[in-house]
Design a protein around this ligand. Structure first.
Ligand code: TA6
Length: 317
């Protein structure tokens, strides 16, 4: 019998499992063995693996997997606020809520034709939420895994004909790295940034790639659509592509702050780096019926290319 090509069975693309708290998780797979896992707790991506099964996102060994606290790691949805300003919990409530699977999602966009596996999640305010944050919104999150292993998150937040409201937003993304001393970030050179370690003082980044020797918590404002994190030791480059998200937050807690976080190991600052695509400097305002879209495309390239050698056209940027 002739060789029959392995036919990709779409049914294998998506699977629903339950975690130990009985909360649904959605497992996405592509035909080459890459995968992603999304928890309905917080709409949080808790795993993204490449074709070799290597985990690309960081999860703390001391993470607490118990609602309402979000798991320390993966990609957390920070909405309707980023930061700790005002009545809401730090980084807003979306990452602490239980989302549902959206049974009638919006159609796939033409540029999502390479998508092999995806899930659509939905968050709407409960009466309790409405008391805390009196705005009527629908938040649709599509997480998709492309045939080349890229991970895309598209957030669509709509004002459901309530009064206008404003929000800030971030994809709080914990990247797994070999060692913080081996890593540099390219694409943020010479940009202005708010230094969150010194009352958001406005400073300007120097002219070459960012490296790390101490705690860093910076919001680079009006940053480019593509930022790269190069891990020299692992010969791996993460390419962070973003649309509708003008800011980039770079955070490493370093030694002293790590010791203050109960759900984070004292030495774990060495093996993670947060590079968050965000809209925080200028909050987004939605009039009744208006919708905002924030797209994040994560790519893991096998070698530490120089930033400008990366083929970005294929990513649509
Ligand atoms: O990403 C930057 C940041 O705002 C840091 O200041 C730090 O607080 C981090 O987020 C983690 O916040 P969390 O509420 O998840 O502990």
């Amino acid at each position: 019998m002739g060789h029959c090509a392995t036919v990709w069975d779409q049914k294998e693309a998506t699977e629903i499992i339950k975690d130990w708290n009985g909360i649904d998780q959605v497992l996405l797979r592509n035909p080459h063995g890459a995968s992603a896992k999304i928890s309905l707790h917080g709409g949080q991506v808790i795993s993204w693996r490449n074709e070799l099964g290597e985990e690309l996102l960081f999860t703390s060994n001391k993470a607490i997997f118990k609602p309402p606290k979000s798991m320390r790691g993966g990609i957390q949805i920070c909405y309707p606020q980023f930061g700790d300003c005002g009545l809401l919990d730090q980084h807003g409530f979306a990452r602490n809520k239980i989302w549902v699977i959206d049974e009638n999602p919006p159609p796939l966009h033409s540029n999502e034709s390479t998508v092999k596996s995806f899930v659509d999640l939905l968050l709407k305010p409960s009466e309790e939420d409405f008391k805390q944050w009196p705005h009527s919104f629908e938040f649709r999150l599509r997480v998709s895994l492309a045939v080349d292993g890229d991970l895309t998150l598209v957030s669509r937040i709509r004002n459901i004909n309530g009064k206008p409201f404003s929000f800030s937003f971030a994809y709080h993304t914990y990247l797994s790295i070999s060692d913080i001393s081996e890593v540099r970030v390219e694409g943020l050179e010479t940009l202005d940034y708010l230094d969150n370690l010194s009352k958001q003082e406005l400073l300007t980044e120097q002219g070459d790639a960012i490296t790390f020797e101490s705690e860093m918590d910076r919001t680079y404002i009006r940053s480019p659509k593509v930022v790269a994190v190069l891990d020299h030791e692992r010969k791996r480059t993460y390419v962070i592509g973003k649309e509708g998200l003008p800011d980039t937050i770079v955070w490493n807690p370093w030694e002293k702050k790590s010791k203050t976080m109960s759900d984070f190991g004292d030495d774990e600052y060495k093996s993670m780096l947060c590079v968050n695509a965000a809209a925080v400097e200028r909050p987004i305002t939605l009039k009744p019926g208006e919708e905002w879209t924030g797209r994040l495309i994560l790519t893991a390239v096998k070698s530490s290319f120089c930033f400008d050698q990366l083929e970005l056209q294929s990513k649509g940027f």
